[in-house]
Design a protein around this ligand. Structure first.
Ligand SMILES: [Zn+2]
Length: 148
């Protein structure tokens, strides 16, 4: 888990490019600035890297009807999917809270639709953690036999 070392990248899935993670984290932090957080002041930004190398960002958008609020991760995914993207490599998540930022249960389920191997990147201080969606959502409810 947290190695505590400076600039260490905890990569549980060898062979991935750590370079992208720094860029992705920066993009997530940048996207966080656009968060619409009138009610909680909990700012979240996300940056989603497609397998083709494109990056889509998202921020959380709250609503006076709290249930209508959408998380940064799902904003990034819906932007990408609506542009025709279907293959994803990694998503970085950043927030204005101390420590690592992890996706909520709804986002874990939402993202699992697109692959349990997608990496989730989160950073605290100088430490970057890398997980797969599958690690964050054990025994995931995934695609079932439809129309067969
Ligand atoms: Zn969420």
């Amino acid at each position: 888990m947290d190695s505590g070392g400076s600039g260490l990248c905890e990569d549980r899935n060898k062979g991935v490019k750590t370079m992208n993670y720094d860029i992705l984290i920066e993009k997530a932090q940048e996207a966080m600035k656009n968060a619409y957080v009138k009610y909680s002041n909990f700012r979240v930004g996300a940056a989603l890297l497609t397998k083709s190398g494109k990056i889509y960002t998202g921020c959380n958008i709250e609503n006076s009807s709290y249930g209508a609020t959408i998380c940064a991760e799902r904003v990034a995914f819906t932007k990408a999917i609506s542009e025709g993207e279907r293959e994803f490599e990694a998503i970085a998540v950043a927030s204005n809270l101390k420590g690592f930022t992890y996706p909520c249960g709804i986002c874990r389920q939402f993202m699992s639709e697109w692959g349990l191997d997608i990496k989730l990147i989160t950073k605290s201080g100088d430490t970057i953690r890398v997980h797969t969606i599958g690690e964050l959502l054990p025994e995931a409810f995934v695609e079932f036999e439809r129309d067969k």
